[in-house]
Design a protein. Structure first.
Length: 380
């Protein structure tokens, strides 16, 4: 049996909605299906305003413009993240200030943020790795104390909660991904959440190539004009139709994926108890969306052996992020690998296991059986 790392999942209504959008006569952004997705997202979660965009990457860029990130502004973020998180600020001249991670979550270590704040700090940019929320209460407290903007990279955490607050509802700005590798898939797609009412109108202009087209659509003006800087940060209605079908099925998808998390936790439990392996484990005050599962082995050698033997059984596991501070671009910013020793060490030993909705229906038992055999081979 072949177990890929990721696989697209259909909930049932995708084709119907896409065909409907296709024949509607309008395929552009902010149209009928787009509005339905926005309404659904806002009725389910207490988001301020929602802007559907081509990707999480684009949403992060919109956020950086709204926050006014400019040359020399410092932004504190984990090094353990995707290039899009950091590029969003580097594109506008911002300087990344990388913070080490908390080994229990692989998210930014909130106890190490304050010491990185200087007069130039403008923003904190945490991410929710593998769908586990970062410690937003503490992050917002620090941000309020120093008057900083918080943009939460929620690429992986749509539908997760921290202390009963849904991811994306607490910061000034939040960016979601609906890429095909995420729980809810539009092919490529994203959303920016703006929780600062004064920034909402500007976000519409920014999304519409710096024009006030929104005011024309709302019947306020006859002709739109160039009013601000901007770009084309819109999601086509055809992709929004796909996304609507996926999001309407959110809870069922989540329930299926939960079975995978539970099975993995159970499998690794004896090794966790013996302190040989650490795994993703939500805290008691977190409810997760079951996006992904990671395992940190005691040694890099054991990780590589596990991954290679799984490959012989046609099971794809994948290394996590390569830390940004020690990447070629990170080195250009003057970082050295030893600057963030915890991130550097954990990244070498972390492995991501196959995780996709259909796995809960087909293949999970096979996966667990093989992994059980391989673990015993390595550790006995
Ligand atoms: C933390 C994080 N931010 C941003 C992105 C980019 O998302 P997108 O492909 O929707 O641009 C990813 C992609 O996986 C990610 O993991």
């Amino acid at each position: 049996m072949k177990i890929p790392f990721n696989k697209i999942y259909f909930t049932g209504n995708e084709e119907k909605y896409i065909l409907d959008a296709l024949h509607s006569g309008k395929h552009c952004g902010n149209y009928s299906y787009g509005q339905k997705v926005i309404n659904l997202m806002k009725s389910k979660y207490e988001f301020g305003e929602v802007y559907l965009s081509p990707s999480c990457t684009a949403s992060l860029e919109m956020g950086a413009v709204l926050a006014g990130i400019g040359p020399g502004d410092e932004v504190i973020l984990p090094s353990y993240t995707f290039s899009s998180t950091v590029n969003a600020i580097v594109l506008f001249g911002g300087k990344p200030i990388f913070c080490d991670v908390d080994p229990t979550s692989m998210n930014i270590d909130v106890n190490k943020i304050e010491r990185l704040i200087t007069k130039k700090t403008k923003m904190i940019l945490p991410i929710d790795y593998a769908g586990i929320p970062c410690e937003m209460d503490e992050i917002m407290q620090i941000a309020n104390k120093y008057n900083l903007i918080v943009m939460q990279d929620c690429a992986q955490s749509y539908g997760s909660y921290n202390r009963n607050k849904a991811c994306g509802t607490q910061p000034h700005l939040a960016a979601f991904s609906f890429h095909e590798t995420k729980n809810y898939n539009a092919g490529e797609g994203g959303a920016l959440v703006v929780n600062v009412p004064e920034w909402e109108e500007r976000a519409y202009f920014l999304q519409e190539k710096g024009t006030d087209r929104r005011l024309v659509l709302n019947g306020v003006k006859n002709k739109y004009s160039w009013v601000d800087k901007g770009s084309s940060y819109l999601l086509s209605d055809i992709l929004a139709a796909m996304l609507l079908a996926q999001l309407e099925n959110e809870e069922e998808t989540k329930m299926k994926r939960k079975l995978i998390t539970m099975a993995y936790i159970e499998l690794f439990k004896p090794f966790v108890e013996q302190d040989k392996i650490k795994t993703l484990h939500p805290k008691s005050y977190q409810k997760i969306n079951h996006h992904a599962f990671w395992v940190i082995f005691d040694t890099e050698e054991n990780k590589v052996s596990f991954m290679n033997i799984l490959r012989e059984y046609d099971i794809a596991a994948y290394i996590g992020y390569l830390p940004l501070h020690s990447s070629p671009m990170g080195l250009k910013f003057g970082y050295k690998p030893e600057d963030l020793p915890i991130t550097e060490d954990l990244a070498k030993r972390l492995l991501r296991l196959p995780f996709y909705t259909e796995l809960a229906e087909t293949g999970l038992e096979y996966c667990i059986d093989v992994m059980h055999t391989v673990l015993n081979k390595i550790y006995n």
